[in-house]
Design a protein around this ligand. Structure first.
Ligand SMILES: [Mn+2]
Length: 325
């Protein structure tokens, strides 16, 4: 249970007082973010609100089993909203192209589970890093607000929770996570096979050359406890790597027996690197990501870096050497 007594009244009042509401997620929205935005939009529309959903960057079609996932960004012409509900981010920069909505909105609610909230214009900021997913916070909020959990809402919140826990596998998974999944399944007949298969098993055959490249070029350090994968620009360009296909490749870097942390580097433009860090257990990769101006969670973090690949790997190896033993 979370304590939202103060916030709940404010949230209720802000929503009741708004007619037009924008629900906004982060750049390149993941399953948690999309699920929360969809659940929130479903509920608000049911209340008769005029709702639009936004998230900048790539949104994978694999989420289209949720009807509302198809409706992101279709009201791009509209700029002013009575209320902005920002979900799964608390750093204003992560809104990407939708940053401008912030200045024009009358009121702002931010609900998130990342560490270090940095969202000054928020009227209400609910930031609870103790939760594995923003979906768990939204579920609790809906319980307190006595929201009817429709099949669409249950599907969306289950997606949120499953995605941010790696299908209930990561160490951030708690008894509460399972409790919420159970409650959602009790309330509605969620198609968990579709959700979990699409998010955790399915891959595109077009990505087989990339999978082949990753498996052949992965390197290991610290007696096999750290894996390093680098996708150079020429590979990225040749096989048309995008955000989603890149995500599908992480598991090869993390799943080798003995690996407890991984570095996955993608050279998206010449000399411009996207870095994903993953770890098992207590190793805090968010702290390492912060060294190169990135961030995230203890076991899953990221950053971007401009410069030489050699220098980047040197920095990362130095940082990992401090924590890996
Ligand atoms: Mn999340």
């Amino acid at each position: 249970m979370i304590k939202l007594e103060t916030e709940i009244e404010q949230i209720k009042n802000l929503i009741n007082g708004a007619k037009t509401i924008a629900v906004v997620g982060h750049h390149n929205p993941d399953g948690d973010c999309i699920g929360c935005c969809v659940a929130m939009a479903e509920w608000l529309e049911g209340k008769g609100k005029d709702v639009a959903i936004f998230a900048d960057g790539d949104l994978s079609e694999k989420f289209f089993y949720m009807e509302k996932a198809r409706t992101f960004n279709i009201h791009a012409d509209k700029e002013h909203f009575d209320l902005l509900i920002v979900l799964d981010l608390s750093d204003i920069d992560r809104l990407g192209a939708w940053c401008g909505l912030v200045d024009k909105a009358d009121k702002i609610i931010v609900i998130d589970h990342h560490v270090k909230p940095n969202f000054k214009p928020a009227d209400v900021l609910v930031d609870m890093p103790q939760f594995a997913s923003t979906g768990e916070i939204i579920y609790q909020l809906f319980e307190l607000l006595k929201v009817k959990i429709t099949l669409e809402i249950a599907t969306a919140l289950y997606t949120s929770i499953a995605c941010d826990t790696g299908c209930f596998l990561f160490s951030n998974t708690t008894a509460y996570t399972h409790h919420v999944a159970e409650a959602l399944m009790q309330k509605q007949k969620i198609d968990i096979e579709t959700i979990n298969f699409k998010n955790f098993r399915a891959y595109n055959r077009a990505n087989i050359p990339l999978i082949d490249y990753v498996l052949k070029n992965m390197e290991f350090e610290f007696d096999g406890r750290l894996s390093i994968t680098v996708l150079p620009y020429k590979v990225v360009k040749k096989w048309g790597l995008n955000y989603e296909s890149r995500h599908g490749l992480f598991k090869y870097a993390t799943d080798a027996n003995g690996v407890i942390c991984s570095i996955f580097i993608t050279e998206l433009e010449k000399g411009e690197f996207n870095i994903s860090l993953r770890s098992l257990g207590k190793i805090d990769v968010a702290k390492i990501a912060q060294k190169i101006n990135g961030g995230g969670h203890r076991n899953a973090s990221g950053a971007t870096f401009k410069g030489s690949q050699k220098q980047l790997i040197k920095i990362l190896l130095t940082e990992f050497a401090k924590v890996i033993d």
